[in-house]
Write a protein that binds this ligand. Structure first.
Ligand code: TYM
Length: 336
């Protein structure tokens, strides 16, 4: 593709709240790596969003840096994609302010992720949590992105991004913003389950239920052998209960199709032994994660290389953001 043909813009980010896990990988990162081949991609570390949980100054950069290292280790390429820290783009904060003027309390209070956070942490219901969807809309629309690779849990946020884009466009009688769509796998948006039998893999289900890209083989084996299962099917072709369906989802993510079919057949004939399934899953998981873990260690050791990537990403992201902010300020009516 030549540079003078305008390519569609892709944008996504991940919060630096800990090491990346399989949910982040299969829900988002795997698509980041694919999309960078074809589109004009912006991938950032969401280190403004992370302030809702009040990290200490000593942790903030280290956490963000660790996500950057993991982006690079899984195959994001700074030659192809623009990779940057969200906080290096204060234009995002300006657009966030503009969107907040047209965001309403009722609609923000109804957002599922907000209600979850309030339940989990009733003593920290800050305005940043409430307005999380407008900051996310600003992240995406600052580059006028049309495709946003995310997992299933972000679907509602994307709907709100479209709402804020459309509201801005109609308020100012302009077509400044596109209406971006979430991108998943061909089967739809992905949800990787937790190992404890319910919910999605992630921090809120606890470390033991989550496989991180930085987990050592012995840790992965232990977590998988402890994953929730049951006493086995009692009728042929019985529907799988949630915890068993979850083990099969993980198997589908990292094992060969024949392996999935083999255990599926045993299940349907009531001959499955979950210990065998878990052992196979653990070995396939180790084979999948271990090269990534090694690469994370290598990339993380190159401080100078990382700094160059951060500086370059900042410059490229700012050029794109400056164009959008100039246009937005103009249609709002500020002096050019
Ligand atoms: P975050 O940081 O919680 O998660 C990052 C990405 O990983 C996906 N994900 C999952 N996918 C499948 N199964 C799971 N168990 C799982 N857990 C996490 C998430 O769907 C997400 O794609 N709000 C975002 C960060 C963000 C953002 C943005 C994303 C801020 N601004 C602009 C896209 C565009 C978040 O909290 O993701």
């Amino acid at each position: 593709m030549t540079d003078n043909i305008k390519r569609e813009v892709v944008c996504s980010g991940i919060r630096p709240t800990g090491n990346l896990h399989l949910g982040n990988y299969f829900g988002a990162l795997r698509n980041f790596v694919k999309l960078q081949e074809q589109y004009d991609c912006y991938f950032f570390v969401a280190d403004y969003h992370s302030l809702t949980t009040h990290p200490t100054p000593g942790n903030l950069y280290q956490n963000a840096r660790q996500i950057l290292v993991q982006y690079l280790a899984v195959g994001l390429d700074p030659e192809r994609a623009t990779i940057y820290f969200q906080s290096d783009l204060p234009q995002t904060a300006e657009l966030y302010l503009f969107f907040n003027m047209n965001a309403y309390l009722g609609e923000l209070e109804r957002v599922t992720s907000f209600k979850d956070k309030v339940r989990q942490n009733p003593n920290n219901v800050n305005a940043g949590l409430l307005t999380y969807p407008t900051l996310m809309a600003a992240d995406i629309l600052i580059h006028k992105a049309t495709r946003v690779p995310v997992g299933k849990d972000q679907e509602q946020h994307l709907e709100m991004t479209r709402t804020y884009a459309q509201r801005f466009n109609s308020m100012y009688g302009s077509e400044v913003f596109p209406l971006p769509q979430a991108v998943g796998s061909p089967a739809g948006l992905v949800k990787i389950p937790a190992l404890n039998g319910s919910g999605k893999m992630g921090k809120s289900e606890g470390e033991a239920s989550t496989i991180f890209l930085t987990d050592e083989p012995s840790v992965i084996r232990k977590k998988i052998m402890k994953a929730k299962s049951d006493s086995g099917p009692t009728e042929m072709n019985q529907k799988k209960p949630e915890e068993i369906e979850n083990l099969f989802s993980l198997l589908k993510a990292v094992s060969k199709l024949e392996t999935v079919e083999y255990f599926d057949d045993l299940y349907n004939r009531c001959q499955i032994r979950y210990g065998d399934l878990k052992k196979q899953l653990a070995e396939d998981m180790v084979a999948f994660v271990e090269p990534l873990r090694q690469r994370i260690l290598e990339v993380g050791a190159d401080e100078e290389g990382l700094r160059r990537i951060i500086d370059r990403g900042k410059e490229k992201a700012r050029a794109s953001a400056d164009r959008t902010i100039a246009e937005v300020r103009h249609v709002i009516g500020y002096r050019d």
